[in-house]
Design a protein around this ligand. Sequence first.
Ligand SMILES: Nc1ncnc2c1ncn2[C@@H]1O[C@H](COP(=O)(O)OP(=O)(O)O)[C@@H](O)[C@H]1O
Ligand SMILES: [Mg+2]
Length: 360
Amino acid sequence: MNTALRAHAETDYAHELTALGAQDDRPRPPQWKLSPWAVTDYLLGKTLADGTVITPKYIGDRRTIEVAVSTLATDRALLLLGVPGTAKSWVSEHLAAAISGDSTLLVQGTAGTGEEAMRYGWNYARLIAEGPSDAALVPSPIMRAMREGRLCRVEELTRMPSDVQDTLITILSEKTLPVPELGREVLAAKGFNVIATANNRDRGVNELSSALQRRFNVVVLPLPATIDEEVAIVSQRVASMSKALSLPAQPPALQEIRRVVAIFRELRSGSTEDGKSKVKSPSGTLSTAEAISVVTSGLALAAHFGDGTLKAADIASSMVGAIVKDPVQDPVVFREYLETVVKERDGWKDLYRACRDQMK
Ligand SMILES: Nc1ncnc2c1ncn2[C@@H]1O[C@H](COP(=O)(O)OP(=O)(O)O)[C@@H](O)[C@H]1O
Ligand SMILES: [Mg+2]
């Protein structure tokens, strides 16, 4: 039995990937486990001829995924761009799992990411004992992906210092990684490519240099266009997360999810759903991902301390936590929203009271 708290996509969805592979008769680019067509089906979901259900991973526009997948079959790299919580990391993991059968070659971008994380480092004990040698070299995930002809993921590319980002230029344009200490280079095998993600709302990040921009095709992952789409995303993710966490709770009523999503959308957009009144937005990004975690936390409360059915009081605590980030401004903003919008809405009194109690 798999006891990992969170399995990699290629493990978690192995049966789907196997079933897709078995019926996939379209051409596969070199080293790809599946054809671009089947990769797209894996991301968007479908029922196969043999009855296997491929669950949708990404809910949204098919064309967006087609463009992302076909980019990876070219010599250009893929940059997934969007505000936080638009499934950039999630889509990148599933693309790597479906295409290379391995989503673990990953570089996490931070202000402290160094060149060795992108190129290679050294095992210093061996370096000192033996001098530079193959055995002393510690390859980066990118170097391994190049050797093995797989996809490498680079998370939060724009958080890295610019000079570290720019190590990608040679790799992406020449498809080689020189190792001057050993007098050689590592040539990228067919199948190698890079999927990077970046937030377009990060403040104080390092812009992508224009030299690097030219090596990427940018695919923007949008916020869900409609409330129904966002409710569908949240319900589906909550269902699979509560299953993975073995939460002994009833699946939440759709209307409960709908209320959370409606509140998030209104606070995010600055106006009520009917467009009639303006509301102030709190400081945090109220993403779909946060709506998912509000409902999941609520379910955990209901399961362990309630009667197993999600109620307003279970949602209120994590919802207030997600909305009130700035201790000075956000309580004012949210209180005003509670009084002017939530309180007045038919059938929302329970949620109004529960949130107000949390705000005391
Ligand atoms: N359009 C969508 N379809 C499916 N899941 C989504 C969608 N948007 C957000 N999610 C969910 O939101 C969660 C967070 O996404 P993540 O990839 O961490 O966001 P990002 O990297 O863009 O900040 C994931 O669990 C994902 O399932
Ligand atoms: Mg991310």
